[in-house]
Design a protein around this ligand. Structure first.
Ligand code: KG4
Ligand code: ZN
Length: 330
């Protein structure tokens, strides 16, 4: 039974996990830096890098202890090698290199987006390639045709902001603090989406991509107008975002050819209204809808360990001099 130690440090979560080939998460720990970044209303790269450097080694030790294991028991060390905030990525990757070298285990450098893309297969053993993946997070908004490990066809991406970013900016504007997504979702549940007219950028367009900058500006104008309830603005924003996601996903499904499932991943996939809308679209197309459990949607190390398991099964590993990459398209 293969076991991989996964390490994630590309944004503001310091995380480690031990995952087996048969999809058991033996142990995982996540240290969030929300408190450290809250006063700034967003992630400060320098603060994040320092926090990762302070926390990662004890966190890995604790994760191994939780599982009653030592490094000798793992088959490989997998770490996010990009894309992300380069200081944090370097902390995780250098730590993984040191552990791999000390314990004489293979190192596997994982693309963070691949971690998200394969995470549904950790949760669902029956999910077979190819599937259409909507990856929606704070840094990304993409539709990917996932055909196999390392075989990803990008059908659409955002031409400006990621949807998570738009959620976070909306939260800031409404005075909801950071991180914003869950707070906007809670407030939206009390509002009337029809009370505030907002645009749906690119809906109905033949072009495949996403755009959220115009929606974000419209939210700002609605707030500045001073006549709307915050809850109504939150609800209208969330509904506009859902309409954009559904329209673009419907278009991608038509372009993708036959797929086995519609899958959503990334932090924004934690949003229950978005999940429900995607589930309805999948049902309409006669497709299974797959969404990983909430804890696997936001940044975590189990998805990195799992991507390591999938790569290890194909005999893949990486040299110890592999570099961290701030930008790394799938
Ligand atoms: O995948 P993730 O943890 O980190 C990135 O790689 O970006 O995603 C974080 C993003 C943040 O923008 C956060 O506001 C958003 O996911 N998010 C949500 C919800 N929970 C987290 N957005 C909308 N509704 C939610 N419930
Ligand atoms: Zn992420």
């Amino acid at each position: 039974m293969r076991i991989v130690l996964g390490i994630e440090s590309s944004c503001d979560e310091t995380a480690a996990a031990l995952v087996t080939q048969d999809r058991v998460i033996l142990a995982q720990r996540i240290a969030s830096q929300d408190q450290a970044h809250r006063p700034y209303g967003g992630v400060v790269p320098e603060i994040a890098a320092r926090a990762h450097a302070e926390r990662l080694a004890p966190l890995i030790e604790a994760t191994l202890a939780d599982a009653g294991m030592t490094l000798a028991d793992v088959d490989a060390v997998a770490a996010t090698a990009g894309p992300g905030l380069i200081g944090g990525v370097m902390v995780g990757l250098v730590t993984a290199k040191a552990l791999a070298m000390a314990a004489d285990k293979p190192l596997i450098a994982i693309n963070h987006l691949e971690g998200h893309a394969l995470s549904p297969r950790l949760a669902d053993a029956a999910l077979a390639y190819p599937y259409l993946l909507l990856l929606v997070s704070g840094g990304h908004c993409q539709l990917l045709l996932v055909e196999g490990v390392g075989r990803y066809r990008r059908l659409a991406t955002t031409i400006d902001d990621a949807l998570g970013e738009a959620f976070d900016k909306t939260a800031k504007l409404l005075g909801l603090g950071y991180p914003g997504g869950p707070a906007v979702e809670r407030l939206a549940a009390q509002g009337d989406a029809g009370a505030v007219p907002l645009p749906r950028p690119l809906v109905g367009s033949a072009e495949p991509h996403f755009s959220f900058a115009g929606l974000k500006s419209a939210v700002m104008r609605a707030k500045q107008a001073g006549v709307h309830q915050n809850a109504d603005i939150a609800a209208a924003f969330q509904q506009a975002a859902i309409d954009c996601l559904i329209d673009r996903t419907r278009r991608a499904l038509a372009a993708a050819g036959p797929v086995n499932a519609l899958v959503v991943a990334g932090g924004v996939a934690a949003n229950t209204a978005i999940r429900a809308a995607l589930e309805a679209l999948a049902a309409d197309r006669g497709l299974p809808f797959v969404a990983p459990p909430l804890g696997l949607c936001t940044d975590n190390a189990a998805m990195i360990a799992w991507a390591g398991i999938e790569r290890l099964a194909l005999g893949q590993s990486d040299p110890l001099d592999i570099m961290a990459r701030p930008r790394w398209p799938l």
